[in-house]
Design a protein around this ligand. Structure first.
Ligand SMILES: [Zn+2]
Length: 439
């Protein structure tokens, strides 16, 4: 991913410079500037953006001849937000998705993904990690956004989630006989350590930036069997070891405590969901330095879907099991100082409403300032992108947002982001969408 971004910076942004045309300069006048979330903000400062990059942060309201001035003197300016766990592909209305599942082509899902990506960007999320979907679709979208052809957040993609047969990630789960025969194996299901090495290599070959695997059962896979560990310890170790050889980070989907702990022992970089935890889990989080990505929006959304009849009986039973415990595990992790990176599993909940996760985090004991840090500095570290994003400092990508008021007092202000700049391009100003060449 990094290479792709660097390649794009070199190839996409510099023709103007090569021809001697100066890059456009934008000056943002910020009444309050949160340079690094979790630390004290600056008052009355200017952010100077040249091309795609932040070139300087200055005290006072700078006056640069020929520069475009963006007046955010009445606003709080902060780094673009990062969601470490989304699924951009397909419909986020569960009932409609079930009804239309067998009528939709991949092209339909691709256009929906584009629309979802745009909603995500306009909500202030300038980078997302897509943890499992159709690889060609998501990775093509990623590349088109990087090339400046489409408006959307920077995407890190996992291709398909690696799973044991019958596990959370086997597309054949619960399909009728005819469909089960027709559904092409995605190369992501594996049985035995050797086979799981193959499955990881296939995802890398398909273009995955990060490897995701399912350590336990999942709520929305249409198969009964609970939320406990379903991948063997040696299979998890094989997944992690193989991914590391290719320089990929590893995210483990894990609900049941046995699976959470086994994945941490196998050396994953993050636990996604982490619904059930015990003393051993917190000891392992601390010992390994792994991040916990809580996705608190997901169990709430899944339960609501179950109540309105949008889930199968197998899904509904698991949604009920997960919903009661996710927030308890989160509150305990906050108390114990576990490293937390913001992630929502949006796609289970509606796209563009990712920031509603903040209110759940604060309700369960995190300060607003640290919740914002989890969606910027900390998520950037988890994604391996700290050199490019997460703070507003010279040399980083110009991914910048703004809200009215003070989000460190009222974190729900982040649900109404009024200004969005990504890679130096303004996509939203004064709460209104700005059309760019990529729209
Ligand atoms: Zn997910």
């Amino acid at each position: 991913m990094f290479k792709r971004l660097l390649a794009c910076t070199a190839l996409c942004a510099s023709p103007l410079v090569a021809q001697g045309v100066p890059e456009p300069v934008t000056v943002i006048h910020a009444g309050t500037l949160i340079v690094e979330p979790g630390t004290a903000p600056r008052r009355n400062a200017s952010v100077i953006v040249r091309g795609r990059t932040i070139s300087e942060v200055r005290d006072g309201f700078a006056d640069i001849p020929g520069a475009r001035v963006i007046d955010l003197r009445a606003a709080t300016v902060l780094p673009g937000m990062i969601d470490s766990h989304v699924h951009l592909r397909g419909l986020d209305d569960r009932l409609r998705a079930r009804l239309e599942e067998n009528q939709r082509d991949n092209e339909d899902n691709a256009y929906t993904a584009l629309s979802n990506a745009r909603k995500t960007l306009l909500a202030g999320f300038t980078t997302v990690r897509d943890l499992g979907g159709d690889p060609r679709l998501i990775l093509s979208l990623r590349d088109a956004i990087n090339a400046g052809e489409l408006a959307g957040p920077t995407i890190l993609g996992a291709a398909r989630s690696v799973s044991v047969s019958g596990g959370h990630g086997d597309a054949r789960n619960g399909a009728n006989r005819d469909l089960a025969t027709l559904i092409a194996p995605g190369g992501n299901t594996c049985n035995g350590a050797d086979d799981c090495r193959r499955a990881v290599r296939e995802q890398v070959g398909a273009g995955a930036d990060v490897i995701k695997f399912a350590a336990t059962g999942g709520v929305l896979s249409n198969v009964p069997g609970g939320l406990n560990q379903q991948m063997m310890d040696d299979e998890m170790r094989a997944v992690v070891e193989t991914a590391k050889m290719f320089g990929r980070k590893v995210a483990a989907h894990a609900h049941g405590v046995g699976g959470v702990n086994a994945a941490l022992r196998a050396g994953v970089d993050s636990i996604e969901h982490g619904t059930f935890t015990n003393e051993e889990s917190f000891r392992l989080y601390k010992q390994t330095g792994a991040y916990y990505v809580p996705t608190l929006l997901a169990p709430a959304a899944a339960l609501a879907d179950g109540v309105r009849g949008a889930l199968t009986p197998a899904q509904y039973e698991k949604a009920r099991a997960a919903a009661g415990n996710a927030e308890k595990s989160f509150a305990e992790a906050v108390r114990r100082g576990v490293k937390i990176a913001f992630g929502t599993d949006t796609g289970v909940s509606p796209h563009g409403r990712n920031a509603e996760e903040f209110a759940l985090m604060v309700k369960n004991g995190m300060t607003p300032a640290l919740a914002i840090r989890s969606a910027t500095v900390d998520a950037a570290e988890l994604l391996g992108l700290s050199a490019k994003i997460g703070t507003i400092v010279a040399g980083k990508d110009a991914d910048i947002i703004a809200v009215e008021g003070d989000p460190t007092q009222n974190v729900r202000l982040l649900e109404r982001v009024g200004f969005v700049m990504k890679s130096g391009r303004v996509h939203k100003l004064g709460g209104a969408r700005q059309l760019t060449n990529a729209d």
